[in-house]
Design a protein around this ligand. Structure first.
Ligand code: NAP
Length: 314
């Protein structure tokens, strides 16, 4: 059995691939650059380009357990110019449409498609003083006409791009990731920097929800979904402990043994990062993992303190 991972050269993919290679699972990685795949993984994985995907239709993929699509231009790397926003959107749509068409063409032979998405799909919630806004789970109807933020628009189109595979009977899971916390990369790499310089603190009021999940629980939850084949559609990938940004900052300061005193003013972030700050830093969503917990999934890192203690031991 093999698992195919598109965008496997990124932060989440690298972690999954190392874990699964250690378990003796065969991996194929779809990338814009086969050289990048070889550089990262040597010959431990099979490297495929996007141009190779069409030919997979003839392979039937009977020995493929799942196709996991993690592809997308990083949403937090650069200021959102119109050009960057287009790149963020089209990189996700092109990859998802290509894989959706592959799975649809394979029909009954198709492995399930686990396609990345994000909790941003739910839209931004109004920050409330001293309490989190109402919880959002997989049953919460999303009124896409109500929101006009960029991130939920991306989420909407990204998930819709899997509809073609769904319509052809393919089992599709939309992995609605919260902020993924793990060693050596991802959002933490940026968030830890001010703390390491002893100028850390909450972002603005710190009251905005901070949905998060440990990288290890992503891998474990994907494995759980591979064995629980009746689950389809969107699944929230967030830890059960819902916190706000101030609670996250306090926990991060403690884990790094650094002070957490200096709030970053909202106006500075808006000045520096514009709409990106508004949507990724100054607002959030209170998302809960109802489906995973109802189905009996046990989180290895249910609390932020446990997650950060693992990532920053000692
Ligand atoms: N990390 C998080 O906290 C988080 C939270 C919510 C949602 N997500 C979503 O989960 C997925 C995986 O996250 P990640 O953190 O592992 O992502 P990542 O490291 O930023 O990127 C994943 C891969 O996407 C491909 N890629 C990058 N820029 C691209 C572009 N302009 N056009 C086409 N492909 C491009 C790259 O693969 P190649 O260069 O090999 O083609 C890259 O390795 C992403 O879609 C992300 O939006 C992540």
């Amino acid at each position: 059995m093999q698992r195919i991972i598109a965008g496997g050269t990124g932060f989440i993919g690298r972690y999954l691939i190392k874990r699964w290679l250690d378990q003796g699972i065969r991996i194929a990685v779809i990338s814009r650059s086969r050289e990048r795949v070889h550089k990262q993984f040597g010959d431990t994985v099979k490297a495929l380009s996007w141009a190779d995907v069409d030919s997979l239709k003839h392979d039937k993929l009977n020995d493929t357990e799942v196709i996991i699509n993690l592809t997308g231009a990083n949403i937090g790397d650069k200021r959102w110019s119109n050009k960057r926003k287009q790149e963020i959107l089209t990189s996700r749509l092109q990859a998802t449409e290509t894989l959706s068409q592959l799975c649809a063409a394979l029909g009954d032979h198709s492995p399930p498609l686990f396609n990345a998405s994000a909790v941003g799909t739910y839209g931004l919630q109004k920050t409330q003083p001293d309490s989190l806004p109402p919880a959002l789970d997989e049953t919460t109807p999303i009124d896409f006409t109500e929101w006009n933020d960029f991130v939920s628009e991306v989420g909407r189109q990204w998930e819709q791009a899997t509809d073609y595979a769904k319509a052809h009977g393919v089992r599709v899971i939309n992995l609605r990731f919260g902020v993924v916390l793990g060693p050596n990369g991802g959002a933490l790499k940026k968030l830890e920097l001010p703390f390491k310089c002893c100028i850390g603190g909450p972002i603005a009021s710190g009251q905005q929800p901070f949905p998060w999940i440990h990288l290890d629980d992503i891998a474990r939850a994907i494995e759980f979904l591979l064995t629980h084949k009746d689950i389809v559609g969107p699944v929230n990938f967030v830890a059960p402990q819902a916190i706000n940004q101030k609670q996250f900052a306090t926990a991060l300061g403690q884990a790094l043994h650094r002070p957490c005193h200096l709030p970053t003013p909202a106006f500075m972030l808006k000045l520096g990062f514009g709409q990106m700050a508004e949507e990724l830093l100054l607002h959030g969503q209170h998302v809960v993992p109802s489906l995973l917990t109802q189905q009996g999934f046990q989180f290895q890192y249910p609390t932020i303190n446990a997650a950060l203690a693992d990532i920053y031991p000692g």
